[in-house]
Design a protein around this ligand. Structure first.
Ligand SMILES: [Zn+2]
Ligand SMILES: [Zn+2]
Length: 298
């Protein structure tokens, strides 16, 4: 019985892997990843601009993924903000990447972040970036650091996201026509999308909208080392449709394991841990239950 339960636990599909992924501390982008190689290739293209999209895209206070630099549940320490911003900028520079933008996850921040970014030459601009600020109104969600990037932006930015959560295909189908009508009315010149939402519906929708609305910028959020194929697909798509400016917002860390040797060791470690810990526990538990039942019968 005990052996059976332990074996079943081990064989549960995807039991060990997500466990390891969650326990491993975040990995920082490095030069030997396919994503960075690709970004190095395209970053000097005059139509492409890279942006730093926070550090982990995760709140240090409440753990939610919708914001990182301002939390309505509690104050984030000065030192944490300083650490996240400095580490993110360093991570990009160490790879030889020169990002033009900083964009706050979820568009939430306070003046402390702006002050630190100011030291690195980033200046606030309004209208770009994602989401609604914590105060419930639209905020200046991005900051920029380069004049070449600034020159490529429309003087009056109208940025909108229409394909939010289209990773859910039923939602994509349901909202497709209405999203087109809204975009046709609002005439945005910056179209925002999230990399998780890219699929045949999203691209088909982009195709239609680029034919009807004068879009100057396509902005892609939440690029990580795990989404290099989608990033390439997005850039190629925009190039083929002659989109004047492409902005890629990159999260510099991720929770996967980059090194296959480390991954093998981690898996072995947990497999051994579960067999040596769970097997005896289960054995004694079953034994105890049997004894109790016997006593009761007696
Ligand atoms: Zn929070
Ligand atoms: Zn984001």
């Amino acid at each position: 019985m005990a052996v059976l339960i332990t074996l079943l636990t081990l064989m549960l599909p995807g039991f060990i892997q997500p466990l390891i992924t969650n326990l491993v501390s975040p990995q920082v982008i490095s030069k030997d990843t396919e994503l960075v190689q690709y970004l190095l290739e395209i970053q000097d293209d005059e139509d492409i601009f890279l942006g730093i999209h926070g550090w982990e895209h995760k709140c240090p206070v409440c753990g939610e993924h919708s914001h990182e630099f301002f939390c309505s549940y509690g104050k984030i320490d000065d030192s944490v903000i300083e650490y996240k911003i400095t580490s993110a900028i360093k991570a990009f520079r160490n790879c030889g990447l020169n990002p033009d933008f900083w964009a706050f996850p979820g568009g939430s921040f306070d003046e402390r972040s702006i002050a630190i970014l100011g030291r690195y030459g980033f200046i606030p601009i309004s209208g770009l970036g994602e989401g609604i600020g914590e105060a419930g109104k639209e905020t200046e969600t991005s900051v920029y650091s380069s004049f070449s990037a600034m020159r490529k932006l429309p003087s009056k930015i109208i940025s909108r996201e229409y394909t939010m959560m289209w990773r859910d295909k039923t939602r994509a189908q349901g909202e497709f026509t209405d999203a087109f009508k809204r975009a046709n009315d609002q005439k945005p010149n910056v179209i925002i999308s999230h990399i998780q939402d890219l699929n045949i519906y999203t691209f088909a929708w982009f195709d239609i909208i680029l034919n009807h609305v004068d879009v100057k910028v396509m902005e892609l959020h939440d690029v990580t080392v795990n989404t290099v194929e989608e990033t390439k697909q997005f850039v190629e798509f925009c190039r083929n449709r002659n989109v004047p400016t492409i902005i890629l917002l990159i999260i510099p860390t991720h929770h996967g394991i980059e090194n296959p040797v480390h991954e093998m060791w981690a898996t072995t470690y947990f497999t051994v841990f579960i067999t040596t810990f769970e097997l005896p526990t289960m054995f004694f538990l079953s034994w105890y239950m049997l004894v109790r039942r016997k006593n009761r019968v007696a």
